[in-house]
Every structure is written in C-alpha cells, then in structure tokens.
Unconditional design. Structure first.
Length: 258
C-alpha cells in the first residue's frame, strides 16, 4: 500500500484524532476559558473591572513556585511531542511540511519580527479599545513576585506558549484539515476560532484579536509551509508583554486599567 493509499484509508479517523489532540491541549483550555468568561459575566463587578492573570503564582514558597512553574511549562509541551509523533507516523516530515527547522534563519527571523510588529501594535490598540467598551477584562501578564528566576521563567513561558499554539493550532491542525479536503476558507476559520476560543477568559476583545491573528498566521502558513516565523513572532509578542509588565514602572501601565 502506498503512502497516499494509507493516508486515504486513515482520513476518516483524522477528525477523531484532532478532537483528542485538542481536548488534551488547547481545546481543554478553551473549555475552561468559556467557563471563566461565564463566571466573569455573571459576577457583580463589570467585566472591565475584573482581571485576567496570565502568569499566576503557584505557591507562596519561592522554590516550590519555581518548581511548579517549570513543571507546568514542561507538561504543556507534551501535546506538541504527540502531534509531531502522529505526523511522523504518517510520514509527514515536520521539517519539510511544517517548516520546523533552522534551514532559513533570515527568513524566519525577518518575518517573525515583521509579523510581531504587524500584530502587536494594533493589538495594543484593541486592548485599550476593548477595555473602554467594557468587553474585556484587565489583563495582568504576570503576577509573579520579583525573584531572581522570574524573568527567565516568563521567557520560558512565552516560548512554551508560542511553540504549543503555533505547532498545534497552525502546523498540525491546518495540515490535518487540508488532508480532509476542506476548503481554505473553512481551514482558516477553524484555526482562527480555536485560537480565539482559548483566550475567552480575557474577554470578547481578546477573542476577536486572537481570531484575527489566527487568520493571518494560518494564511501565512498555507502560503509558506513554515511554522518557525510564527513561533518567533508569537514568542516576541509574549516576551514583550510578560517581561515588560514585570519590569516596567506601574505608572507606565495605567492604560491597561479602567
């Protein structure tokens, strides 16, 4: 049996595989995000007066907190190993088909920085507008105490987010959906909605902003077949947000609050 025949035979099972992968990873996050948003909407305080913490302490004891932070980062990346295994099982090379390699560093870094700027600047305006409209909670990128390990952990957290999201929601999901012969419009829409859904705990503005980012990233991947620039762009955005919030003076961040 040829590779094409084998993929044709296993294609009906891809929808089940996708569901399992998402429920083990970002789909699970989406379910909790919806519950969190519902709790915020039914609370006494308006949504814009509530907070959404992205990097929260796990313990009041510094080294226990560090241990739990690192374990959380490690286990969040296990679904990435799973999807790479599933693709390799079907003889789909993550390097050739997803562009997860270091063969084109200038391309990856150049487009990564460009996408980060193109997404990040309008994103800041959307955060501000969403707060003023009352459709988003106040985002707290980091609530960690200022220990010696805080900035390195925030950088690792940003890298984990970027690898997890871009490999699964773009590289893996788009690749599998294309095998199922869906139209490009449906593939992009599904990837974008999934991305937006697990940010709903921050509010409707975060859903809209991340869904738009999902459209841009999915189209970029379909055009270039490279995930690495997306990982670079996402990592730059998160590192800037997490570390900047941790280190900048409070009065510089007043615009994030209502």
């Amino acid at each position: 049996m040829t590779l094409e025949d084998r993929q044709q035979a296993t294609r009906p099972g891809y929808s089940v595989e996708i569901a399992i992968v998402l429920l083990l990873s970002l789909g699970q996050s989406a379910a909790y995000a919806i519950v969190s948003l519902a709790a915020k909407l039914t609370a006494a305080a308006p949504l814009a007066q509530q907070t959404a913490v992205l990097n929260a302490p796990q313990s009041a004891r510094p080294y226990l907190d560090l241990t739990r932070q690192l374990l959380g980062i490690f286990f969040e990346l296990i679904p990435v190993a799973l999807v790479l295994f599933l693709l390799l099982r079907d003889r789909i090379s993550p390097s050739r088909e997803l562009g997860i390699d270091y063969r084109r560093p200038r391309f990856d870094l150049g487009w990564g920085f460009g996408l980060a700027a193109a997404i990040g600047i309008p994103g800041l305006l959307l955060v501000y507008a969403s707060l003023q409209l009352g459709i988003n909670a106040q985002i707290v990128p980091s609530a960690l105490a200022p220990y010696w390990w805080t900035v390195p952990v925030l950088v690792l957290s940003a890298l984990q987010n970027s690898i997890l999201e871009e490999v699964i929601v773009v590289g893996y999901l788009v690749t599998r959906l294309r095998t199922m012969n869906l139209s490009i419009a449906w593939i992009v829409a599904i990837s974008a909605v999934v991305r937006g859904s697990y940010h709903l705990y921050q509010g409707f503005g975060a859903f809209i902003g991340n869904a738009v980012m999902g459209v841009v990233f999915a189209l970029f991947f379909i055009k270039t077949k490279r995930v690495m620039p997306l990982i670079v762009a996402h990592a730059l955005l998160d590192i800037t947000a997490f570390v900047g919030y941790q280190l900048l003076p409070d009065n510089w961040l007043d615009w994030l609050r209502v």
